[in-house]
Write a protein that binds this ligand. Sequence first.
Ligand code: ZN
Length: 423
Amino acid sequence: MKAIKVKRLYNGKARSFQDNCAVIIDGEKIKDILTYNELDEYLTYNKISVLDYSNYYMMPGLIDCHVHLMIPGNNTLGEYIANEWSDGEINILAYRNAMDSMQYGVTSMRDCGSINYAAINVRKAINNQNIVGPDIISCGAPLTCTGGHCYYMGGEADGPWEIRKKIRQQQKAGADFVKVMGTYGGTIGITKTLTFSDEELMAAIEEAHLRGLKVAVHSCTYEMTEKLSKTGVDTIEHAVMCPPDCSKNILDEKTAERMASKEIFVSYTICCVKGEIERLKNLIDTQKATDSDRQAYESNLNYDRLINESFKFQMERNVPYVIGTDAGWRASGFKSSYYDNLCVMQKNGAKSIDLIHASTLRGAKALGIDNKTGSIEADKQADLLLLKKDPAVNIAEAVKKPDIVIKKGVFVADNTVNSIINT
Ligand SMILES: [Zn+2]
């Protein structure tokens, strides 16, 4: 057992904090939260070590609601990995990505699509071999139609019964939730349409819920986002509100109101084209861009504007947003994406104190893991960050490279060493 003394503790609940307190950790779990005076009393009866971080802020570990562990996030296409890499290589990459992410403060993550059960394999390895790693929630492969978005991950199914069977097969293989590709997306060469008929979509949602699985649906159009606001879906990914021609958003009040009142969580993956924009701009600046690169640059800039606008509109109408980075996809790196997402959300008006909640307990609720993590409370896992900077002042800067990351009571990253040596 140990006690960690901190200056201020943000427990993960909305706008909730406590000053001058100590967290008692017993093995993997939080046992209690005490004031300094209560700790002094506690120490007279209990011999435990006290770690003095009384100059630090504490908050729960970060939760990333949307990653793709099978892709490196360095502009390599998922299509390329699926065609050229062996399963062994992909599993090792997925493990490395998960660990990199944890070093940067993400103690739980949801994989929204990987090939050949790579994310499930990593989760099993971490759990079965007692490796200290992040908690991983995985869908296996996302459900998509033949030739639909991310078809190469292995989730193709057509018609209600093929869809139901795919869900049953993936649950048997260890999937924790169902991901449905509701619309087209960034897969090369696919048509810009909805993926499934209403009958197919509803079969997927019904089958998942019948089996106790949550459903996340990818939506890059207004038509799908509006449709999902009326159904019993658990999370919407991206939740863009434009037509397929990406001309302009249809900022519909009723859709946002329904999403807020039904508490449909949204992970916007608000930076998913940021790296692609930078790459194409670099080609243009160095005179290496082709006409199609220039076109792609303009359409990515436009998409970036639309997704930012959708986020701001929905956030201002109290849609419960969470943080989903799309790490792995295109140039979304596992070490940098969380910071990038927080920065952009702040630019759009999200307050740091709200982002603390969105990054932790609200994310845990969206994923259905709030019974074990997401807040600093007795009996929950000791998934914690110790920070020199106050996350309520500027969360992005505070967690850019967290000073200390604790996963299930174990110190898994300590970036304070340099400063200790220098003083
Ligand atoms: Zn994604």
